[in-house]
Design a protein around this ligand. Structure first.
Ligand code: GLN
Length: 474
């Protein structure tokens, strides 16, 4: 059974008749079965994937197939796909079937991608290790004693283990980039407003974005050019035209100006090997003629608190809809309306989700709104202004994606703060709305990969892709 590292490899085998979509899907299904212990998929869409594969094979015969023909994709279990289950890895949505497809799913299918199943994740995308899923841990395929990262842990593990070619995750504070870093993959969080969130189960609506997890830049660019852009179902999506990103990859970057945040690279808690690696990348860039400079970013200590105040506030509001009435889990022990709400939510949500709903309710409560929520919004603005100031002077900001490599199960289990600090380098992008990509460049002496993160100006995904490709080949 051949494994593929890019869509172009698959498409050339399809063109020469070495394979077809049905046997491709069967191979992936076979590997999913073989690697069941990873728990990367909550459900495999065998029937609809094979059906779609058959259709694409027909289209290929008549040269009418879309540009993603042959791309077998896993979707995080918070993206809706019509007539398929979706649960956000929560008991509260157990058995719920979506009545419509998210815009991203519609657009991928329209270009003949094949959706093979839904991937395990942290419950409601809250977590950094996939340990908060109601359906069990996902194992990191590179070292099964370690976490794959989160919250899109299943989506990353699935690609790393060749259970699909690419996957879609969502990123609110790092949930695409951190698992990509832990599993040795490319992960992009697009600019806020680049990709429609219609049909994505909301966690924190002013932060959430959907993005690709892939083995290479070209596949990420292809997925982005298909799924990005204006959508009448999501008014936060920009109407800016979407460039053909995959055609811009070889635009050799001219002399670039690159910033790195000294406070990040010198941060306590950053693994020394990762730090040394970042400095080595900086040296290579300089040697290649680019300007790379350290800049001050005095708000490092405020990033994680701002993120957790604001996202929990938004989550407490977004998750109010799971009340045991409209859909999803309803407690059998309820006796009246009040106890239906209370017991359904108490029994349906996991510990981390409850912690965040309570925290969010607290920061929004009348007595504390100004002290926490309003303050958080103001700090968000400070961080945005400072970040924009840096990006007015530089093309990109370079940083590590994560402070360390994939950690062991349970390592942060008793200390939520330690877990939250995993997000230190990834939350700046969603706080400010800028795009950020994690590139699988580093290899630690412990054998595990780690990512280098590139952040760019809003809507500079095209430039980021070509710079990323260049950087990975440098
Ligand atoms: N790890 C972060 C959190 O726990 C990020 C989650 C996300 O991006 N969805 O909130």
């Amino acid at each position: 059974m051949k494994t593929y590292n890019s869509l172009s490899e698959i498409q050339s085998d399809l063109a020469t008749g070495k394979t077809n979509c049905v046997s491709l899907v069967n191979d992936y299904l076979h590997r999913i079965e073989e690697k069941k212990q990873l728990n990367a998929f909550l459900e495999v869409f065998t029937a609809s994937a094979l059906e779609k594969a058959k259709q694409v094979d027909e289209k290929l015969k008549t040269n009418t197939a879309g540009k993603l023909a042959g791309m077998v994709i896993g979707i995080k279990d918070n993206l809706c796909y019509k007539n398929h289950k979706v649960s956000a890895s929560s008991k509260i949505l157990e058995g719920f079937e979506s009545l419509y497809s998210s815009t991203v799913v519609e657009r991928l299918l329209a270009e003949d991608a094949i959706i093979i199943g839904r991937c395990n994740c942290d419950e409601f995308a809250m977590g950094s290790s996939n340990e908060t899923s109601a359906y069990g841990n996902v194992l990191n395929p590179l070292d099964e004693t370690r976490v794959p990262g989160g919250s899109s842990g299943g989506a990353a593990a699935a690609v790393a283990a060749d259970l699909c070619l690419a996957s879609l995750g969502t990123d609110t504070g790092g949930s695409i980039r951190q698992p990509a870093s832990f599993c040795g993959l490319v992960g992009l969080k697009p600019t806020y407003g680049r990709v429609s969130r219609y049909g994505a189960i909301a966690y924190a609506s002013s932060f959430d974005q959907i993005g690709p997890i892939t083995k290479n830049i070209t596949d990420a660019a292809l997925i982005m050019e298909v799924m990005a852009g204006k959508d009448e179902y999501d008014s936060t999506v920009s109407s800016k035209p979407v460039p053909e990103y995959s055609k811009m990859l070889d635009n050799q970057p001219a002399k670039l100006r690159i910033a790195y945040l000294k406070d990040c690279v010198e941060a306590q808690g950053l693994n020394p090997e990762i730090k040394a690696y970042i400095y080595s990348v900086i040296e290579k860039l300089k040697a290649d003629g680019h300007t790379v400079e350290a800049v001050d970013f005095p708000y490092l200590d405020y990033l994680v608190p701002t993120y957790y105040v604001l996202t929990t506030a938004e989550a407490s509001s977004n998750l109010a809809r799971y009340d045991g009435i409209g859909y999803g889990y309803r407690s059998k022990n309820a006796t009246d309306l009040e106890s239906t709400y209370k017991k359904s939510r108490t029994e349906g949500f996991g510990t981390e989700v409850k912690r965040r709903i309570m925290l969010g309710t607290f920061v929004l409560s009348a007595g504390y709104y100004d002290a926490y929520y309003s303050k958080g919004q103001r700090v968000r603005r400070f961080i945005q202004n400072k970040t924009n100031e840096i990006l007015n002077n530089y093309d990109f900001i370079l940083s590590p994606t994560t402070p360390g490599t994939a950690f062991k199960f349970g390592e942060h289990a008793t200390d939520p703060i330690a877990m939250y600090l995993e997000d230190i380098f990834t939350v700046q992008a969603p706080i400010t709305g800028i795009p950020a990509i994690s590139l699988p460049m580093g290899k630690h002496s412990n054998g595990l990969p780690f990512g280098v993160q590139v952040m760019g100006k809003p809507f500079s995904e095209g430039e980021m892709f070509s710079f990323s490709k260049y950087l990975m080949e440098l």
